[in-house]
Design a binder for this molecule. Structure first.
Ligand code: CDP
Ligand code: CDP
Length: 209
């Protein structure tokens, strides 16, 4: 079984995906972490995420085993990720890894769940279940602010809202695999849902398939 979860930043995709993976014995791939790792590598090398050659080199030499899960979660890396993610060469370099994971689940797993922006449209158009998870801009910004403010006490919800809107705009307007709901994806709006209620709704959708 392949479950595809797409949607804008901080909508609750990863939270839902991880829980589905645990409850349904699926392997989980956070595809955003791949783009974040490419963005992080460009910044670390002193490159420019808007420069094609810098972004392509980082994507083509990405070592997935070496991704630093803490370092890739910053605001700066999020912005760099969405810049490198607009580049067709970067997307091409990461596509094979994602498809291989989707079609060859680790031994003992009943299938996979992937979350990102283009899983239901480009990476796994043949997925068994597609969810498009969303929430209001304000709910998403508040959720992400709660995560980031420990490391940056001066950060405001307004700062985070501006970041998310800019990133969503870039992700939706790019020519290559833009963020968009697949025709056969089921919309799940988590604005007024607790984490438990959102997971329950997602399990219900998967169960009906
Ligand atoms: O993966 P994505 O960026 O879409 O979102 P996430 O990392 O799963 O969720 C962003 C934050 O919102 C996390 O801190 C979740 O705990 C929180 N969240 C929430 O408060 N209510 C929900 N219904 C879902 C997630
Ligand atoms: O967790 P959050 O929703 O903030 O973002 P993410 O899932 O970690 O993704 C970071 C960035 O990677 C996004 O803003 C997109 O630009 C890009 N991305 C993408 O283009 N395609 C994917 N399948 C996943 C992420």
């Amino acid at each position: 079984m392949i479950v595809a979860i797409d949607g804008p930043a901080a909508a609750g995709k990863g939270t839902i995906a991880k829980d589905l993976a645990q409850q349904l014995n699926l392997a989980y791939l956070d595809t955003g972490s791949l783009y974040r790792a490419v963005g992080h590598a460009v910044l670390k090398a002193g490159g420019d995420p808007d420069t094609d050659a810098d972004a392509r080199r980082a994507a083509e030499t990405l070592d997935i085993e070496a991704i630093d899960p803490v370092a890739i979660r910053t605001r700066e890396v999020g912005a760099a990720a969405s810049k490198v993610a607009a580049k067709p060469d970067v997307r091409a370099a990461l596509l094979e890894t994602q498809r291989r994971f989707a079609h060859h689940p680790p031994e003992g797993k009943a299938g996979v769940v992937l979350d990102g922006r283009d899983i239901g449209t480009v990476v796994c158009p043949d997925a068994d279940v597609k969810l498009f998870v969303t929430a209001s801009d304000e709910a998403r910004a508040t959720r992400r602010w709660l995560e980031l403010k420990q490391a940056d006490p001066d950060l405001t919800v307004g700062d985070v809202l501006a970041d998310l809107k800019e990133r969503d705009r870039r992700d939706s307007e790019r020519a290559s695999a833009p963020l968009t709901k697949a025709d056969d994806a089921i919309l799940l709006d988590t604005t007024d849902l607790s984490i438990e209620a959102a997971i329950h709704a997602a399990l219900d959708i998967v169960g009906r398939r």
